[in-house]
Design a protein around this ligand. Structure first.
Ligand code: SF4
Ligand code: SF4
Length: 423
């Protein structure tokens, strides 16, 4: 690996803490990922990305900045990548998935707040995430209460632009959202000093659509039994989608999908076909949050699909291509994003329909509903999810957890019992 110390120092990172973080990350990755049997060859690229996650990719981002491009940090699927890219920017997901930075955040924020928010905020406070330090500005959004109040604080540390995301999907909400996307495009133009043309937007719409289709191909192969890829590996791909160069990522995911489709044809899998198939549904899992998948696959189950922002919510639905004017194209972008079914919306019937459909499509034997502690929207929505699954005779287990390792033993006991029940 190259020596990136000068680059990290130049970004103003706390070098000692950053070293500790990288060492911890390397150890967890090796523990969770490198012992898996029969991994697809195509996963080598994603191992490489992880080995360079604070190295090569950061260098690429800094090179992009040097050429005048902007680095835009995001925390939510509703922030349209197409607009960032059309403005000559690069979007990077900054959601925190590590316990490492939670105590830094808890020195300022209340402890009874979702770990994803605390982890991200802690990374900025402690200056240990090079993506945060490379970003020119970040985009917050009015989704859950915790996030929208934290943006006010984050703005003291990095310019934070907030997009108003409606909480309902009526005609008037759609109009509000369309205007928000337009305002965001103007913000992007102002920051980047460019005028977004219809051609540029169309090109990026196609690029992001291709990226989504590539991930969809990988997910489709997971419908087979035996599964050609572990849930942990599939999760990793969804997580890396938020950081990697989109063109290269799409090529590599398509290569992997070719390999997995071949495996399906030959009936080859990574696990015994008798393993109970689990659909994981709920809160997002940002890198390096592999806790639940690791517990499930260590306990004799296999994760076949994630109804999650690191999963189906990321790639389902394309933006309609080739609309005539710039205004129409922006509208197409806004329409696609409002089809994401996040629990911050009310009502959110479509998410329940999605879960029931994925249970069938992926032939899942049960659902594990994953809620991050203090995430009220997913937590409360689970009541309706549970009712719907009960009606459909689908076994479900609810897991509410944080990023600490303290409850892993207890989680394992519960997941093992669930897997035995559905075996
Ligand atoms: S769960 Fe909702 S608020 Fe969180 S990233 Fe996904 S879409 Fe955004
Ligand atoms: S997991 Fe829930 S509480 Fe945490 S940021 Fe996402 S929506 Fe908000």
């Amino acid at each position: 690996m190259s020596d990136y110390n000068e680059m990290w120092k130049g970004l103003g990172l706390d070098m000692e803490r950053h070293d500790q973080l990288l060492n911890a990350l390397g150890a967890i990755y090796s523990d969770v990922y490198m012992g898996q049997k029969d991994r697809p060859k195509g996963m080598e690229y994603f191992d490489f990305v992880m080995s360079e996650v604070h190295g090569l990719r950061i260098k690429e981002l800094l090179d992009h900045k040097e050429k005048g491009g902007k680095i835009v940090g995001t925390f939510c699927l509703y922030v349209p990548d197409e607009i960032i890219l059309a403005g000559g920017g690069v979007g990077v997901g900054l959601c925190g998935g590590a316990q490492f930075s939670v105590p830094d955040a808890e020195a300022v924020l209340p402890r009874n707040l979702c770990p994803l928010i605390k982890s991200a905020f802690g990374f900025k406070l402690a200056k240990i995430c090079p993506y945060f330090e490379a970003a020119d500005f970040v985009i917050g959004e009015t989704t859950c209460d915790g996030k929208k109040k934290v943006w006010e604080l984050l703005n003291n540390h990095i310019p934070t632009y907030v997009m108003e995301i409606p909480n309902m999907k009526r005609e008037m909400d759609k109009a509000l959202w369309f205007n928000e996307v337009k305002a965001f495009m103007e913000k992007m133009e102002k920051e980047a000093g460019v005028k977004i043309t219809p051609e540029a937007l169309e090109e990026k719409i196609k690029l992001v659509n291709e990226k989504r289709k590539a991930i969809q191909r990988v997910f489709d192969t997971r419908k087979a039994n035996p599964v050609p890829i572990s849930g942990k590996d599939a999760l990793l791909i969804s997580q890396i989608a938020f950081y990697d160069n989109p063109e290269r990522f799409t090529t590599k995911v398509n290569e992997l999908a070719d390999e997995l489709e071949e495996r399906n044809k030959k009936g080859e899998g990574v696990f015994d076909e008798k393993r109970p198939r689990i659909l994981v549904s709920g809160c997002p899992m940002a890198i390096p949050n592999w806790k639940l998948h690791n517990v499930i696959e260590d306990s004799g189950g296999v994760v076949v699909c994630e109804e999650s922002c690191v999963g189906t919510r990321y790639f389902t639905h394309s933006v309609e291509e080739e609309r005539p004017t710039l205004e129409d194209k922006v509208k197409a972008v806004a329409e696609r994003y409002l089809k994401i079914n996040c629990s911050c919306f009310s009502p959110n019937e479509e998410r329940i329909d999605d879960i029931l459909r994925y249970v069938k499509d992926y032939n899942a034997s049960g659902v594990i509903h994953y809620t991050l502690q203090f995430c009220h929207t997913y937590n409360v929505e689970f009541v309706r999810v549970k009712e719907a699954l009960k009606k459909a005779n689908v076994p479900v287990l609810e897991i509410e957890t944080d990023y600490s390792e303290g409850d892993v033993g207890q989680l394992k006991t519960r997941v093992e019992a669930f897997i035995e029940q559905i075996s």
